[in-house]
Design a protein around this ligand. Structure first.
Ligand code: NAD
Length: 441
């Protein structure tokens, strides 16, 4: 059992902290946000993740996890400090490392015993070296502090499962001491561990995320061509998926990837390449395709309708994917303002993301158009002139083709997630546009 501190209680830090406690370590989670800390202490998770709140309550009651803003009291005698603070994108595409630097400084000023600092946040190659140097520069006690890289691969929506049953754990270290300590910390998880040097570990994270982004953009590119040549991208994907070299995951065409990772990590790696005098053409292509893909449906619908002005528009799904309340880089954030600018009257449904979306687009302040948040899909569809599907929530998938026909004023559906069978929509008389397939009218 180790005494573990976690800096940052976002999707990565909180889930890691809770899972470390779950496998038997003693964990203290640190955040600068006092409200968040209060909430967590009362057993409430600040983020929506299946199973997280139960594990928080179980471990808090057992005394194996605690939350605080007082970093000094926690860092001073921790065996390992995991850093899970944000590394957001800067305007030039590079990663903002200021949150990492702040934590490094706080660690240097607090530790009073030998400690392993583990960077979980996604950081440019070489950052761990700099963090180690930075800590040495500011270290106040005569103790050993080493830095290890341990990038995180969880997917939002299945974060707890992805941590407790991770496909692999990557650890990047520069000494036997650091490698052994990190191996020991992960031992109770009983998962495959890949041990490499720090720079390779940092690169594995970007190379993996960008490969997935590339796969999505590739399928979206193929989908757009399918529409032009009369093929069906879902059939194409099915045919491709039998090839073990290709695999059967991440072959779904749609309105592009979002979230806090793929958009940021593709731009960051492109930036790293540029800094090193290299042009990363494949990743650049993935970014370009994704940028265009996000408003693909809006453009299609704009061609079909004269205007959205005064139309009742149903928007189903706001989050960047199901299972999360996260809106970062969600397609809805690009499309809703375009619709509002045109004077659309939007009725938006999302089972968990509406409250966050309302912070950006409140019901009462929206230029020409209006937006109303509704608590069920039927209410959004009632009397609508057109419907956009941005997120494939179970509640959205449960809407039958007949319901669109019955509830909408004009059954015109633009589906960014290819939920429905084109023929079924055709049979019930829904005009149906999706991605990479022929429309039904
Ligand atoms: P987040 O924005 O949800 O959370 C960051 C947290 O850090 C916030 O609660 C913030 O208040 C806190 N914080 C900031 N400064 C602090 C300080 N000095 N001390 C303590 N806490 C501090 O971020 P996230 O989505 O969890 O991502 C964190 C990192 O992990 C990023 O580098 C991201 O790229 C990477 N990552 C994210 C995911 C994901 O799905 N979200 C997956 C893998 C990797």
């Amino acid at each position: 059992m180790y005494k573990i501190a976690v800096a940052g209680t976002g999707y990565v830090g909180l889930v890691a902290g809770v899972c470390f406690a779950e496998v038997g370590h003693h964990v203290s989670c640190v955040d600068i946000d006092e409200d968040k800390v209060k909430l967590m202490k009362s057993g409430i998770s600040p983020i929506f993740e299946t199973g997280l709140e139960d594990l928080m309550q179980k471990n808090y009651n057992a005394g194996t996890i605690d939350y605080t803003t007082d970093y000094k009291s926690v860092y001073k005698d921790a065996d390992a400090i995991f850093i899970g603070v944000g590394t957001p994108e800067q305007p030039d595409g590079s990663a903002n490392l200021s949150y990492i630097a702040t934590v490094a400084r706080q660690i240097a000023e607090s530790v009073e015993k030998d400690c392993l600092v583990v960077v979980k946040s996604t950081v440019p190659v070489g950052t761990n070296d700099k963090v180690e140097q930075f800590i040495q520069d500011f270290l106040v006690s005569d103790v050993k502090v080493e830095v290890a890289s341990n990038p995180e691969f969880l997917a939002q929506g299945s974060a707890v499962h992805d941590t407790l049953q991770a496909e692999r754990i990557i650890i990047g270290t520069e000494s036997k001491w650091a490698e052994e300590r990190l191996m020991k910390i992960y031992e109770p998880f009983k998962l495959p561990i890949v041990s490499v040097n720090r720079r390779s570990a940092e690169m594995i994270k970007y190379a993996s995320n960008d490969f997935l982004a590339l796969k999505i953009s590739y399928m979206n590119d193929i989908a757009n061509l399918c529409e032009l040549v009369g093929a069906d991208v879902q059939d194409v994907a099915k045919g491709m998926s039998y090839d073990a070299r290709i695999g059967n995951k991440f072959l779904n065409a749609g309105i592009g990837y979002g979230g806090s990772c793929f958009p940021k990590d593709t731009k960051a790696l492109e930036y790293i390449a540029k800094q090193n005098g290299y042009e990363l053409k494949t990743v650049k292509a993935a970014i370009d395709v994704n940028n265009k893909q996000k408003t693909m449906l809006y453009k299609k619908a704009s061609k079909r309708l004269i205007t959205f002005n005064g139309l009742k528009v149903a928007v189903l799904g706001l989050t960047f994917k199901p299972g999360t309340d996260d809106l970062r880089e969600a397609a809805s954030l690009e499309n809703v303002p375009l619709l509002l600018e045109q004077g659309a009257d939007i009725y938006a449904y999302d089972p968990v993301g509406a409250a966050n979306f309302a912070k950006v687009h409140p019901e009462d302040k929206n230029g020409k158009g209006t937006i109303t948040y509704v608590s069920n899909v039927e209410h959004a569809l009632e009397d609508a002139n057109v419907c956009f599907i941005f997120t494939e929530w179970g509640e959205v998938k449960a809407v039958t083709p007949e319901n669109y026909k019955k509830l909408m004023r004009t059954p015109l559906v633009y589906d960014g997630r290819n939920i429905y069978d084109v023929e079924q929509m055709q049979e019930v008389g829904v005009e149906y546009h999706s991605i990479g397939r022929q429309p039904a009218s």
